[in-house]
Design a protein around this ligand. Structure first.
Ligand code: FRU
Length: 463
């Protein structure tokens, strides 16, 4: 072990002590996965193995602002409703991942699963731009036989193995099995600042060779993060989270975007997953029956904030598990059926409720819903507009989507709101920090049901 590694392990042990200390807080969520303490970003390593769902996530246990060690947190569940938090599965405690065990994925194996991630290393001894130099990305493999203990880190690809026409920004391996073996897609930034993905293949899941680089003919952002690739109903979908795509009235309204290409890779064929303020870097997996997506309810580098939760010692959540289906080359997202089991009593008009499911229908052309006296949804002939009318948005302003809403299913969870329009044709996700949990509607019909919380246990073992 190098001196640096000893130092990193001592630090990891200290961070570990902090994790179990669940804090109390007014804005903590009840049925969205969140970090017990500290910072969460991308969902990672999603899989179902031996009847157990594993949801890993980018986790910085040392600081709610995202500072400190970027590791992999680990939740497990048998039913997507009762969750156990098992602490940190991967710490960045080696020379090959000293500056972060960055995003990656899981592949179910005959016994257990394999985890693939990017070991991020930043050289700090001289001035670098960290784009063309000063950064290493080690594609790393860890195998787990039982899903709960993790083997040695094995480096599969290092910086010198990637193609010459890429900058140092290459990361977030999504690996999946095919009839022929394994395939891996990595996200990257080419020289000349164009986002692209790299497809690799392998027989044994360890020795990967580059098959092709894919990008758009015309530049579509400078970097593509967190790629994903799957086929549904005979249609192939390449998903990426592009950075640097210019804003349009109804598209790319956030600082970074995320969505999928359906058909040839070009801007017109790119469809965003979510139209809200807080959604980025999603990942999908097949659970044996259906393809499920979890996204990060959060965004980097935004002009708004989540200070109310940072003060409570935590930041960000994951979305609800969304089941994906294909319809005419597009993807429909609907909350997993299991969530219906959390549905409780109907809430009477005028009563406040911080955890509820809201159903809107019979929506007229000038209808409006106001959630928590803060978030206004305007239903128009050709668009649906979400805007904050108070500080409860912490700097969030307005987002539009060009769809006529016929029905909306809204999940409100204390400080997270996900709205599924027309059975999941469009989704809108945001954080909000209201004073009151009211609902007012004009020109539409509304029903509200209380939502019961997830069961979350914390069980942390030393690893
Ligand atoms: C996306 C991302 C990934 C990276 C991870 C680091 O949000 O930037 O590209 O692996 O976060 O936490």
């Amino acid at each position: 072990m190098t001196e640096k590694e000893t130092e990193l392990r001592i630090r990891a042990a200290k961070a570990q002590e902090n994790i179990g200390k669940t804090q109390k807080g007014r804005y903590r969520c009840k049925y969205h996965l969140m970090p017990p303490t500290g910072w969460l970003n991308d969902p990672n390593g999603l899989c179902k193995v031996n009847g157990v769902y594993h949801v890993f996530f980018q986790y910085a246990p040392e600081g709610a602002d995202g500072s400190g060690m970027r590791s992999w947190g680990h939740y497990v569940s048998k039913d997507l409703l009762c969750w156990k938090f098992l602490g940190v599965a991967i710490y960045p405690d080696s020379d090959t991942d000293a500056d972060g065990a960055y995003s990656g994925s899981a592949v179910p194996e005959d016994e257990g699963f394999s985890l693939y991630y990017t070991g991020n290393v930043k050289h700090k001894d001289k001035k670098y731009d960290y784009i063309s130099d000063g950064r290493e990305s080690n594609t790393t493999l860890i195998r787990s036989k039982d899903g709960f203990s993790f083997g040695e880190k094995k480096i599969l690809l290092k910086t010198s193995d990637y193609p010459e026409n890429f900058t140092r920004h290459i990361r977030d391996p999504k690996v999946y099995k095919t009839e022929k073996g394994y395939e891996m897609v990595l996200g990257g930034r080419m020289k000349g600042d164009q986002g692209a993905v790299l497809f690799y293949e392998s027989q044994d899941g360890e020795k990967f060779t580059l098959r092709e680089v894919k990008t758009t003919r015309e530049k579509f952002g400078y970097m593509w993060e967190c790629p994903d690739f799957f086929e549904m109903n005979g249609t192939k979908f390449l998903c990426v989270s592009p950075q640097g795509v210019g804003e349009e009235k109804y598209r790319f309204q956030n600082v970074y975007s995320s969505g999928y290409f359906s058909g040839e890779l070009k801007k017109e064929n790119f469809y965003e997953w979510d139209f809200g303020f807080d959604f980025y870097a999603p990942q999908t997996f097949f659970d044996g029956e259906r393809r499920i997506l979890f996204g990060w309810v959060g965004m980097p580098d935004v002009p708004y904030d989540n200070q109310p939760t940072v003060k409570e010692g935590w930041q960000h959540t994951l979305t609800l598990p969304r089941v994906l289906t294909e319809k005419e080359g597009r993807i429909i997202q609907s909350p997993a059926e299991e969530l219906k089991k959390l549905r409780g009593e109907e809430i009477a008009k005028g009563q406040e409720c911080e955890c509820c499911e809201i159903l809107l229908d019979e929506i007229s052309e000038s209808a409006k819903a106001v959630i928590c006296d803060a978030l206004e949804i305007e239903f128009k002939a050709n668009e649906t507009v979400f805007s904050f009318r108070s500080d409860a948005g912490r700097g969030r302003t307005v987002r539009r989507t060009d769809i006529r809403a016929e029905n909306v299913r809204i999940f409100l969870d204390v400080s997270v709101c996900e709205a599924y329009i027309n059975g999941g044709e469009r989704v809108f996700t945001t954080r909000l920090y209201p004073e009151r949990y009211t609902l007012e509607v004009f020109g539409c019909r509304a029903k509200r049901y209380a939502m019961r919380p997830y069961t979350v246990e914390i069980e942390i073992k030393d690893n």
